[in-house]
Structures are given as C-alpha cells and as structure tokens.
Write a protein of this length. Structure first.
Length: 598
C-alpha cells in the first residue's frame, strides 16, 4: 500500500544513513523494522502541524479514507512532501520522477502490470544493482516480489505515487505486445479467407480473440501517448500502423499484410458498417473503454490498391470543452472576438486546415453564448461534444439529412444562435448567410489558409457578393503549434536557413539566445515536443473591407485585409512564441509555411 495513503502504523525500513542524492541514487542496505505512525512522522519532520494532524484525523475518521490521501487532498502537504519525509526517515534517496528519466533498457526488468501492482519502477543500474523507486518502500512483501521478478540485487529510492503512475503511463509502451499480437493474428489467419469470415461472429464475449486483443492494445497505447488519430494502412508488402501525436504522424508498428482485412472487418462490425462493401468509403463511430476511460472513435474507411485504409479519430468522453479564455488568444484579440460574438446577427467564421482546432474554438464560443435566454441550435457531422442546453443535430447524408436540409428546418425553430459545422456546398453557404442577414448569429467553419482568403472563398462558391459583404462580421484563422518539451528544452543556435526566414518575415535575429529546441527524451517520446497550443489571426470586417466585397473585388479585399492584420498574423504569433521559448523556430516555420505560399 503506498505510504501516502496509509492510515495508522507503518513499518519503516532503516538502511544505512547519509544517502540523500536524488540525481544519482546511492545504494540502500537491507532493512530492519521499526513502527511509527505516519501522522507522527509528518509532524516530527514539520511537514504538517499538530493542529493539521488533528483536523486530518477527524476527517479521516468521518470519511474512512486513508490519512495520507486526506492530508494531500486537504492541501496540508503534497505527495512529494510526504515521500521526502519518508526518505529522510529511512536515509534513502528521494527521486523526483519529473526530473529523472529512467533508462529504457532497465524498465524491461519489471513488467508494467507488476510495476502498477507494487507501485515500483526500475530507475537505473548502479554498481551492479538495480535502483528501484517505490511509492512505499516499507511494504516488505512488495519489496520481496520486486526483487524476485528483477532477479538482481535491488537498492531502493522513494518516489511519489502520483509521479510514479504518470511515469508508468508515459514510459511503458505496448510496442512488444502489439508486435506479438500481430504475429499471433497472422498465424491464426492462415492463408484462407475462411478465417476472416469467422470474425463476423465475434461478439462482446470474444475478448480473447487475437484481433480483439490487438485492437484493445492499440487503443491503450494510443491513449498512453495522447494520440489524436490512429491510421491502419495496407501497403504493398506490409501493414503500417501509425499514430498522430501533436499533429504529426509517428510509426507504431509494421505487420503482416494479411491481417489488414481482419482489422478492417472487426472495426466495421463494431461501427455498424456494411461489412460486405469494400469498394466504397464508409464512415462510422463507436465507443471503446480503455482503463476506465470511455473513448468515442470516429472511423473512416477507404478502398486502396492494397486493401481498405482505416483512420480513427479518438475523442475522450468527459473531456470538457475549452473556454475562450483557455484558447491562448492575445488579450486584445480575445476582447475583439468576444465583441463580435455578442453582436445580434451576422456570420462569424473559424478557418484553418483539418486538425487545426476549429471545432474546439466553436464549442468555446457556444459556451460563451449559452445562456437560459438564448436558443442555440447546431447541425454537425459528427457531434463531438454534448453541450447542456444546446439543441444539437447530427447530419446524415445516408437518409438525405444534409446540412442544407437541417438548416432550413432550424430556421423554423426560432433560434438565436446557429452553428453550422462546415460550409460544405453553395446551398448551405447561402442559407447560412441569409440567416445571418435576418437576425441570427451564425457560426461556421471553412477550410482556407488564412483569414483574408475566407470571404473570397465564399465568393468562389457562388454566394452573391452583397450577401458576403453584409453578413460576414469576422473571420478567425488558427493553427495548432507543438510546444517544446520542458524536460529536454535547450538553447538553439539559429541556422542560416532560419536567419534567412526571419529576414523574410521582417524580423531580426536579436535575442538569439532566447530560441530553444527539444533534444528528445522519454517524456516526449524522442520528438522534442510535448503538447500543442493554438495561434490565431482575427479579421474584423470594417466598412472599407465590406465595400471591397460588395464590389466583388477579391484582389483589393485581400490586400486591404492583410494590411489591417499587419503585425498580428499567424506568422507573427508563431515567431513571438518561438522567441518566448514556448516552441521552436523550426515549428514556427513549419506552421507558417502554408501562409507563405498563399
């Protein structure tokens, strides 16, 4: 049982003293035993006061929770504080797993299941022994089991339980398990189609089937690395499985091509798709439970030369939609965007390529507008988040429930705010703009490179110029940039190419020491990046711009729009984040590439 959760007496192991180094843990000797209460230990070491302990004991008695958990949840002390107190008492090192990277080869000595069970993780090899971090080094039965599994001499260090579990999630990948399952499935498939046909009968009770276990393991691994998409791609001689992490595809494994039909078939079954149709693309969705988390999966199949390609978007249920304040807009831009959203009518567009976070921004805008006195209706494909108080309609082309058809019906439902998931065709665009002209606030998205080209795209779709000029209130363009990993961030000297690019962007290279890059570590899976954040540019349609649109003069409009946004474009924000050390200059160049070509 982890030390921070114990309630009463704990058995303390007392190895040799003077062992306090966290960066390179020294050996710990074999223990003797001594009994002491956790609360007394924390008071003795002044981690908490006697008064705090009395309050915690009363709360613990009423709630039945462990004393350590009560202390942490009440804010009296953190998990690290408790772990450090224990380390001092035992005279063994405390290791901060947020700053210490265990060796990859050493991790394999203790399987993930056992690491979770015994709350232990191998850290490094020192002087012929294996250093093991434990959340509760006083648990002698866990100590004995870990020593038996590792089959080498072990020396102990103390780690906090929260950091330990996060490290296990981050470090233990399922690559070997996935590779083994693909080989098992390939053996079961054999050379005949009969094996594939048998998969049609797999129901919920067939969790032990190789194809089911392989897919479950893939989903677990994808969520472990925070992948947004999973790609299953049959190629000429093999099957490639890749994950999109922070907007970039990373290979996960390669497998025998003959298992591709089994994976596609199983996914079609759970998505309710036509398993006999392999010549046409199909779209579906299903939910999968992974380690207590329910994940919505949006699935798309497409016939290719070597079989059906399957791409899945992973959306965790329970992830709360963002608020406008959490989107990362500069304060002045956020204030202007809020003002546009609170106008009584007009069209507000959010634009960018696929995967740039447009839907997240739209939901944040709806959250801002969602009040008891406002009726909001959306038409989406698919509905990604459920919003309380908002009427959401799922478009379905199979039954002719198109965006345009739903939009006509919405206008008869007396809405105040309408969200159109995407301007897919001229008919939908014209209906939406007419709604914006007749007293409704309409939010929608379009796939364009920047804010300036978005109204022009509406003109290209055949929408009359006067409708665009009188309806469009504002356009928000955005991208998602990868953030440099905080664990391996290091100063980055500019390359000649980066200097030239900064020059073209009319930005000098002063403050060169401020630029950083990630070297790659276990926390970022060797990429140098961890997480993403959005950058934006906002075009507010003023009288001059509206007149250009009304004259159907795209060239003049684009030039005037870019002049109006000078100094506040996507590229300007990308460079500012690179200078602030949030991202690398290489990432700023990558994200800005589309805008340069446009």
């Amino acid at each position: 049982m982890p030390i921070c959760l114990d309630t009463d007496k704990i058995i303390l192991t007392l190895p040799r003293p003077n062992m306090q180094t966290a960066s390179a843990p020294p050996p710990a000797a074999h223990p003797t035993r001594q009994k002491i209460r956790l609360g007394d230990l924390l008071v003795q070491q002044k981690v908490i006061s006697s008064a705090d302990l009395e309050v915690a004991l009363v709360t613990q008695k009423k709630s039945g929770r462990r004393l350590g958990r009560v202390i942490v949840e009440s804010g009296m002390a953190g998990e690290n504080d408790i772990a450090q107190a224990l380390a001092r008492q035992l005279s063994i090192p405390f290791v901060d797993l947020q700053k210490f990277s265990p060796e990859a080869a050493i991790l394999q000595l203790l399987p993930e299941t056992q690491a979770r069970r015994f709350r232990a993780i191998p850290l490094a090899r020192r002087d012929g022994d294996i250093f093991v971090g434990m959340a509760d080094p006083t648990d002698l039965s866990a100590y004995d089991e870990v020593a038996r599994l590792i089959q080498e001499g072990i020396q102990l260090a103390v780690v906090s339980e929260g950091d330990l579990l996060a490290a296990i999630d981050r470090l233990y990948r399922r690559t070997d398990d996935i590779h083994g399952l693909t080989e098992e499935l390939a053996r079961d498939m054999g050379e005949t189609e009969a094996s594939i046909i048998g998969l049609e009968a797999l129901g919920e009770g067939q969790a032990d089937a190789p194809v089911v276990r392989l897919l479950q393991t893939l989903f677990e691994d994808a969520l472990q690395v925070n992948a947004s998409d999973m790609h299953i791609e049959p190629q000429e001689k093999q099957l490639a499985i890749r994950f999109r992490i922070d907007g970039v595809l990373h290979p996960q494994t390669q497998a025998d091509l003959k298992i591709a039909p089994a994976l596609a078939l199983r996914l079609k079954i759970v998505s309710g798709l036509d398993i006999s149709e392999k010549r046409l693309p199909q779209d579906g969705r299903f939910a999968v439970k992974v380690r207590g988390r329910t994940v919505d999966v949006r699935l798309s199949t497409m016939p290719t030369q070597y079989g059906e390609s399957v791409v899945m978007r992973l959306l965790s249920q329970g992830d709360n939609p963002h608020t406008l304040d959490s989107l990362g807009m500069p304060p002045d831009m956020l204030e202007r965007f809020r003002a546009i959203l609170h106008r009584p009518n007009g069209l507000v567009m959010v634009t960018g390529p696929t995967g740039s976070g447009k839907t997240t921004t739209l939901y944040a805008a709806l959250g801002e507008l969602n009040e008891p006195g406002t009726k909001i209706i959306t038409v989406e494909d698919p509905v990604e988040y459920r919003l309380p108080g908002v009427i959401q309609v799922q478009a379905n082309e199979k039954i002719d429930l198109s965006f345009s058809r739903v939009l006509r019906a919405i206008l008869r439902q007396d809405p105040d705010v309408i969200l159109v998931g995407e301007m897919r065709d001229p008919e939908t665009a014209q209906i939406a703009l007419r709604a914006a002209m007749t007293g409704h606030l309409v939010l929608s998205t379009l796939h364009t490179n920047d804010a300036a080209s978005t109204p022009v795209r509406l003109l290209d779709m055949g929408v009359p110029a006067f409708m665009v000029a009188t309806s469009v209130q504002g356009v928000l363009a955005q991208r998602l940039m990868r953030k440099v990993c905080g664990n391996c961030k290091a100063p980055h000297p500019l390359t000649p190419q980066e200097r030239v690019w900064l020059g073209r962007a009319k930005t000098d290279a002063q403050g060169e020491e401020d630029y950083v890059a990630g070297a790659g570590c276990d926390r970022c899976h060797g990429t140098g990046y961890a997480g993403r954040r959005a950058i934006h540019e906002l075009l507010e349609i003023n009288t001059t711009l509206a007149e250009s649109l009304g004259r159907n003069d795209p060239a003049h409009f684009v030039a005037a729009a870019r002049a109006a946004m000078a100094g506040h474009t996507l590229r300007d924000q990308a460079i500012a984040l690179a200078r602030a050390g949030v991202t690398s200059l290489a990432e700023a160049m990558r994200v800005s590439a589309q805008d340069e070509t446009s």
